[in-house]
Design a binder for this molecule. Sequence first.
Ligand code: F6R
Length: 608
Amino acid sequence: MCGIVGYIGEEQAAPFLLSGLEKLEYRGYDSAGLCLNDGGTLVVKKSKGKLTELKTLTHNGSSLHGTVGIGHTRWATHGEPSDVNAHPHLSESGRFAVVHNGIIENYLPLKEKLMDKGITFRSNTDTEVIAQLIEYYYQGDLMDTIIKVLSRLDGSYALGVLSKDNPDEIIAVRKESPLIIGLGEHENFIASDIPAILSKTRKIYRLENDEIAVIKRDGVSVFNTDKEPVQKEYETIEWDIHAAEKGGYEHFMFKEIMEQPKAIHDTISPRIKDGRVVLNEISLTAEQIRSFRKINILACGSAYHVGVVAKYIFEKILRIPTEADLASEFRYRDPIVDDKTLTVVISQSGETADTKEAMKEAKRRGSHVISIVNVLGSAIAKESDDVIYTLAGPEIAVATTKAYSTQLAVIYLMAIYFGDLLGKITDTEYQNYLSELLMIPDKIQQILDNSENVQYLASQLFHADDVFFIGRNIDYALSLEGSLKLKEISYIHSEAYAAGELKHGTISLIEKGTLVIALATHEELIGKIVSNMKEVQARGAYVLCLATERHQELKDVAQNTIFIPPTCDMMLPSLAVIPLQLFAYYVASQKGCDIDKPRNLAKSVTVE
Ligand code: F6R
């Protein structure tokens, strides 16, 4: 997630902008930049890498003059991390400068239109389109121009805009991406988040969707897109800086759990156009896709668990044999892979050593590789044939949540896209899948808004020493993730088991009071999992069952139940994983564990 800071006042702006950007480092970034209005000229300095690079370049800001400026830390979504792609972006003549957090979904047609008019672009970003559009439409009134530009943009944005002609103001706008305005004495601020300005003020306005703020030294005016003034109430921030970084939550993991509706929305919406899934990232022709005899999924940890879900989905919908392979095993077992095998590599970081090496092995054997990656320009993204980016934003907590969820969303998009190309799904099925997919973010929000039950259950069950997660079919795939989430952050021993496999050994571990979490969302096999619940209850287990609201009767079977809204079978893991993440979180919190940095674990595993 990008970070924005802006300053207008009586002091030199650049040193403050740098310190504000430092406070936003937790959001993750790959490059940074500043733009100052220096006596009527917009001066930009930017650099790839850490903020220290930008500090060196600007002598800690001292070599950049001016008391009005904007700064930005960029988390790449369009165009690789580089000096050129870093923000701020200038319009062609250098008259306007823009910093942006969010995604402009229709930037390509806009860019093509402007290029047809002879406008030259410098970067590969979606953001530059905004700067160029402002200059293109500008006829002397900046507010009118910005309103016009906003009406052309689809997507999400928080923007800070500087204009050479209006040297004593910053314009700020937001839609779906956060932006606050800090209120000082003869100085005012904008920022993506509160920590950036806490050293200067605790009085803020929160900008709402489609509000436009004109920020001057001695005042801030806010308007709607009809240019009517909006009366804002200011808020006084009581949080300390550490709480503020986490948006008021105690842990990044919780913040990231809460961000999932948006992360999924951001990942799917640019890829659904006029009721069709558009995966321009995939370079394969329909004929090539038809020629695949097998799909091989390579990944580690939670990303591998997404692969196991994908196996059930791809085999059911595409009728292509699919293997989910642990990357660390695949590398060393002389796998049967050739040009008739499609390889799908899944990795949040795009840098996991085992996954990267397994991918290279698959390529060496002639396989076409599609990767699903969160970090733009990462090694796996660069080396795969095609890359579909999840747009989850940076994930800080070691235990993945929103990356897992967005990876699943990409799997659904692929299943629908390939299913259609291969003629395996009817038009009605296609439309049903799409409408279910579009409803997933709201349904997750509903689960998040009603999670007290999960918190209560965690407070009752956190003493467990051993936990078994059981499920069948896609619920088994999900049980792998539920179990990993719980054990990695709470240090409670837990196992995921295919429910039908229990009686072949593991059931001997069930004794009085053992906690068994039974996943019973998969409609076709409810009867079977009910038998497994009874089987373990007969041996003394305490069963917590997770099911869809359609199956209220399961209340009479399990000691406790958690319900989720229904959706189509293939997308159930997206809803069912939420209570499992929350359960793991609340249990770990009850136990006082170091939730964001569990012992012995690293976020990016770049060694074998
Ligand atoms: C678990 C978790 C890990 C990662 C695994 C792969 O919560 O986060 O299991 O899923 O280390 O990492 P990436 O996706 O970066 O390749």
